[in-house]
Design a protein around this ligand. Structure first.
Ligand SMILES: [Fe+2]
Ligand SMILES: [Fe+2]
Length: 281
């Protein structure tokens, strides 16, 4: 039996025809490959289901963490659920498709580079990656509105039943820490979150004011507090590998067609998460 690969991708944004074609052609290298999807598959439930069911039928195992786009309630979508109910609806859809979500027991990858526990996370953001020099969310948001760099989440990502997106985030942080505290400390983790767990990756954003929609300071030490092999994230649409405190971070996004066209290459199918020699002493 061929050894599988653990690969990751995010930000498939399948509402775009070109990205849809990319997903249609996206196949595992062999039948034992696992695929991590770090959010932003699409916005409409039917689009998300189309992509996830296709990929679940091809990969031995798919693991999904939600992005902000899955949590939007777009006007034209027949599914008008908002906030946490929308998230739970998507979790149930994933379960029907055999896909693991942040609400399920974490799986252990025993293939090359393993064993590692794969933890898909959903911790959202709380506007704490503020514009430098300001002290409150309100001031930071006001500066974003002044310059017109405002995330569509403000209109479409409803926090119901939480009073605000940041309160939803804080509840998720608490719940997620409880889950991570309970993990076996002898098995390294692959932490999968739509947003970077640390702020540093947002420093290269074209519009730095956008950082406030990109994570929370509350996760800044998770990659050291928990034994982390790799931290996988997306959302920034800036695919690259960086290291913080010696821990590898992989931004694995496909991004919008104009973005991957600008990079000048056909998008690579998915990023290898583990390299066997890295983890074996
Ligand atoms: Fe995205
Ligand atoms: Fe995103």
């Amino acid at each position: 039996m061929k050894a599988g690969n653990l690969v990751a991708v995010s930000d498939l944004h399948v509402a775009y025809a070109e990205n849809r074609r990319f997903v249609e052609g996206f196949r595992p290298e062999n039948e034992n490959d696992w695929l991590i999807i770090a959010g932003d598959v699409g916005e409409r439930v039917a689009d998300i289901e189309w992509a996830l069911s296709l990929l679940a039928s091809r990969f031995a195992q798919v693991i999904w963490a939600p992005g902000n786009h899955e949590l939007w309630t777009p006007k034209g979508d027949p599914v008008q659920l908002r906030g946490d109910s929308r998230y739970r609806y998507l979790v149930e859809m994933c379960r029907r498709l055999g896909i693991r979500t942040p609400e399920d027991p974490y799986l252990v990858w025993d293939g090359p580079g393993g064993p590692v526990t794969i933890a898909p996370l959903f911790v959202l953001y709380d506007y704490s990656f503020r514009v430098p020099g300001v002290n409150t969310k309100e001031e930071s948001l006001a500066l974003a509105y002044e310059t017109g760099v405002v995330c569509t989440d403000e209109l479409l990502l409803h926090p119901d039943p939480y009073p605000s997106r940041e309160e939803w985030c804080w509840a998720r942080v608490e719940e997620t820490e409880r889950r991570l505290d309970a993990c076996d400390p002898d098995v390294p983790l692959v932490l999968v979150n739509h947003y970077p767990l640390v702020r540093q990756p947002t420093r290269v954003l074209r519009y730095p004011k956008f950082a406030q929609w990109c994570g929370t300071e509350l996760t800044a030490d998770w990659h050291v507090k928990y034994r982390t092999a790799v931290a996988v994230y997306g959302h920034l649409h800036i695919p690259r590998t960086t290291y913080y405190d010696g821990v590898r971070f992989e931004e694995v996004s496909l991004g919008y067609p104009r973005e991957w066209r600008e990079r000048g290459t056909v998008p690579r199918p998915a990023r290898q998460v583990l390299v066997a020699h890295e983890l074996t002493p």
